[in-house]
Design a protein around this ligand. Structure first.
Ligand SMILES: [Zn+2]
Length: 307
């Protein structure tokens, strides 16, 4: 064996023994949580405050020092008691950003209406964030407008001083929220066990998928941004989720740190539309359906459970 081949073999063994099949900087992850203060149904006897506390306790126990909470102010009108979610979030030191007052779909409304929806949240953010910067935007439905409106919307976002919180890791946690509330209400422990098993398999697959896509597109591990929602099921599962990330060797980073990587370049024609890695693969004409990229469970059967 030549010296260079010996070195290469050694490097492969090193990577293997470090528990990672991926070359690069390792698994860096920023955490973001959408739909504060209300996401989906609750199982019996659970409050929004308890759900938020589950998130905050898990973050604390697992050394997550920054998790952006993206808010829909209208939830406070619908359920004023849920204001405690935002107070708890801030008291734990985590920041709040903008997810549209009513969670408006940019493609299904006028640009003026969409801008109004962004601005509807701003008094709440100013009040709760004080002198801290809250100018991060997560597009509702990850929808950044139609081909006709996208340019105008992105210009507006930039002019208002917002940075866009893109997404690279998601395990469709939203699809489990109402199913869990129904299965728990029925006392169907077998169904809940099935949900837990599927959920954790999606968590593991989502990390493999994001890291695999990163290698395929960029030839390296880019820092990732996780999207989860403030639902009761995710709150209960979060300690296990974070442990699964830790088994992958995660290093938690801030959203600013993750998106300072050049991979998060918002100049593309579909910038901020959908999930970033799938979008960039499509733009670059990279085939991600060649069987090498991990995929998640279909959401249909999950959403249909305990109906
Ligand atoms: Zn949302």
């Amino acid at each position: 064996m030549s010296f260079s081949r010996w070195l290469a073999a050694g490097a492969a063994v090193m990577m293997f023994t470090c528990g990672s099949a991926f070359a690069g900087d390792g698994f860096k992850l920023a955490i973001t949580v959408d739909d504060l203060t209300v996401h989906g149904g609750l199982p019996p006897g659970t409050t929004r405050k308890q759900v938020a506390d589950n998130f905050l306790n898990a973050f604390k126990a697992h050394g997550v020092t920054e998790a952006w909470g993206f808010i829909n102010g209208k939830s406070l009108k619908d359920d004023p008691s849920s204001y405690s979610v935002l107070e708890s979030w801030r008291a734990a030191g985590h920041p709040l950003g903008n997810h549209g007052f009513t969670h408006m779909n940019a493609s299904q409304n006028t640009v003026a209406a969409f801008e109004g929806d962004i601005e509807g949240n701003e008094p709440i953010l100013k009040d709760l964030m004080g002198d801290k910067d809250w100018h991060w935007l997560r597009f509702p439905f990850l929808n950044a407008g139609t081909d006709a409106s996208h340019g105008e919307i992105m210009q507006y976002v930039k002019d208002k001083g917002y940075k866009v919180a893109d997404v690279t890791v998601s395990f469709n946690d939203w699809a489990y929220t109402d199913a869990y509330a129904r299965c728990a209400a029925k006392g169907d422990t077998a169904a809940v066990a099935t949900l837990r098993q599927k959920y954790m398999s999606d968590v593991v697959a989502s990390v493999k998928r994001a890291r695999g896509l990163s290698q395929k597109i960029y030839g390296r591990d880019i820092p990732h941004v996780l999207l989860i929602h403030i639902g009761a099921f995710t709150g209960e599962m979060l300690p296990q989720v974070l442990s699964a990330f830790e088994a992958e060797g995660v290093e938690y980073v801030t959203l600013e740190q993750a998106e300072s990587d050049p991979a998060y370049d918002f100049s593309g024609p579909k910038a901020a539309q959908g999930s970033m890695l799938e979008r960039v693969a499509q733009e670059k004409g990279i085939n991600i359906y060649d069987g090498t990229i991990a995929s998640l469970n279909d959401v249909g059967p999950i959403m249909g459970m305990c109906q």
